[in-house]
Ligand binder design. Structure first.
Ligand code: HPA
Length: 233
């Protein structure tokens, strides 16, 4: 076991899907994988490994925000030899044409986090997706009855901002949506030389105030997991 993951050596597959919510990890593992076993319950951050067709895949919660996700990604890669990390999460749209249920493939991530300023002595680092995974995910998404968009996202350290207009500058510069983890994922993937991609479902629109209903969550959220499983090497 590592500091925050209770798995034994070999229990975690080389490809790990990372929803923020551990109960979504449990749901996707139980409904989309065959013979899923739970490899960790440490801090309630559930992780499972099972079969998707003949491929072994793991699904584990990342928690919310860059610090939580970074702990798990560090340990998954350096202690359990993960090679492909795919975040499957939700985001808030900041472009008016994006609708609840749309899929966003995050090509790059901007952030208000200082994590990379600390890492790179005050300079900016452009955190980008694995092109190989991005291309595969785009092809898979286009086969489905879903709107797919490729572009930049904003990984924020705050969910509840003081300024209600804070997102408008980012929208004016073409950013599609806001979430809280992708910048950390892409930066660590680059550091360790592994592949990473964030596949996001729009759960709410910051522009229109539209929010996903329980029915939309049930119908739309599994699509991102299906795409992630299909592109798993
Ligand atoms: N902010 C940050 N993360 C999110 C949001 C949001 O509005 N919606 C879904 N994830």
């Amino acid at each position: 076991m590592s500091t925050h993951i209770g798995a034994k050596e070999g229990q975690i597959a080389p490809t790990v899907l990372l929803p923020g919510d551990p109960l979504r990890a449990k749901y996707f593992a139980e409904t989309m994988l065959k013979d899923a076993i739970c490899f960790s319950e440490v801090r309630g951050m559930l992780g499972y490994t099972g079969l998707y067709g003949d491929r072994r895949v793991s699904i584990m919660g990342s928690g919310m925000g860059i610090p939580s996700l970074s702990i798990y990604v560090n340990e998954l890669v350096s202690e359990y030899h993960a090679k492909t990390l795919i975040r499957i999460g939700t985001c808030g749209a900041i472009q008016p044409y994006l609708k609840v249920g749309d899929i966003i493939l995050a090509m790059a991530s901007s952030t208000d986090s200082h994590i990379n300023k600390l890492r790179f002595a005050g300079m900016d680092y452009a955190s980008i997706a694995s092109f190989r995974l991005l291309l595969r995910a785009y092809e898979e998404a286009r086969l489905r009855a879903v709107n797919v968009h490729v572009g930049g996202v904003f990984s924020s350290d705050t969910f509840y901002e003081d300024d209600p207009d804070w997102w408008k500058k980012w929208a004016a510069y073409g950013v599609l949506a806001v979430e809280m983890e992708t910048c950390g994922l892409y930066t660590l993937a680059a550091k360790f030389g592994v592949d990473a991609l964030s596949i996001l479902t729009v759960s709410d629109s910051i522009v229109t105030g539209e929010k996903a209903t329980a029915q939309q969550r049930e119908r739309d959220f599994p699509v991102m997991a299906e795409i992630a499983l299909e592109i798993s090497p």
